[in-house]
Design a protein around this ligand. Structure first.
Ligand SMILES: Nc1ncnc2c1ncn2[C@@H]1O[C@H](COP(=O)(O)OP(=O)(O)OP(=O)(O)O)[C@@H](O)[C@H]1O
Ligand SMILES: [Mg+2]
Length: 252
């Protein structure tokens, strides 16, 4: 069922790791059915923000509401409606491709017959048929990423969170993931995407925020952000604006 209104509302969100403040008071919202982007240099706090949203990490301060529910108070109910593709590979090396999907389905209490049906559908959708029985350690990086994205959908989530889903992919695999994001949106799902690929952000994101040093420094549609900061001759690019706003100094 398509959602209406705001799927995510984050206000005053702070995350400290010990004394280090990785997220320093961010406010944003995500509308139902949009693709919302998180851009920012390495270490900006994107993955931390994503983990807070998905109830993987506890907040230090502030509030995140997902589908109207507090992430802090109802983590299980929130998690049931989210699919997460983490930045780091975390497939289970002890299991094959299809088995990884089956094992993951247990977190959502999906009955075995239904899980098997979904696993087979995802294997077909992500063109993993030839590798269904393969050990995940024997997959290329691109195939591992495809399996990770496929796994994200096992619980038929309404909100799909993809943390750098196309990093390291060849153009074919990258375009397949882009098509998948478009298909998810077309079916009424909401997508959160972190990326360093400015073309990807411009093509897929309806709105995005640029994060730096734990703070949101700009937000809006890609066109609006470029329009605000690019030279008046109209020759601006999102990458140019990104560098202008975040500087050229190397991060961690
Ligand atoms: N578990 C942790 N303990 C301590 N510091 C952490 C931890 N996880 C992340 N950090 C720090 O928090 C900051 C934000 O990290 P985060 O992973 O959210 O950045 P990011 O924007 O996702 O970066 P990247 O683009 O490289 O993935 C960084 O300075 C990082 O070193
Ligand atoms: Mg990250």
């Amino acid at each position: 069922m398509a959602e209406h209104g705001r799927v995510v509302e984050a206000s005053g969100v702070v995350k400290r790791y010990g004394a280090f403040e990785a997220v320093r008071g961010v406010d944003f919202h995500i509308e139902a059915g949009e693709c919302f982007g998180l851009l920012g240099p390495n270490g900006a706090g994107k993955t931390t923000t994503v983990k807070l949203l998905c109830c993987v990490l506890p907040l230090t301060a502030g509030e995140i509401r997902v589908f109207g529910m507090s992430a802090a108070e109802h983590p299980r109910r929130v998690k049931a409606r989210i699919g997460v593709c983490p930045q780091e590979f975390n497939l289970d090396p002890d299991f094959g491709v299809r088995q990884n999907l089956m094992v993951f389905s247990r977190y959502f209490d999906i009955p075995k017959a239904e899980a098997a049906r979904r696993a087979d559908a995802l294997i077909a959708r992500f063109r993993l048929e030839d590798k269904a029985g393969a050990c995940v350690d024997d997959l290329s990086g691109g195939l591992k990423r495809r399996l990770m994205v496929a796994r994200t959908l096992i619980n038929d989530p309404d909100l799909i969170v993809l943390d750098e889903p196309t990093a390291g992919l060849d153009p074919q695999s990258k375009h397949q993931i882009w098509d998948e994001v478009r298909a998810l949106k077309a079916s009424g799902k909401t997508v959160v995407l972190t990326t360093h690929n400015m073309e990807e952000a411009e093509l897929l994101c309806d709105r995005l925020v640029i994060v730096d040093l734990g703070r949101i420094i700009e937000s809006g549609t890609p066109a609006a952000i470029v329009g605000r900061h690019a030279p008046a001759d109209g020759g601006g690019t999102l990458e140019g604006v990104f560098l202008k706003l975040t500087g050229r100094q190397l991060r961690e």
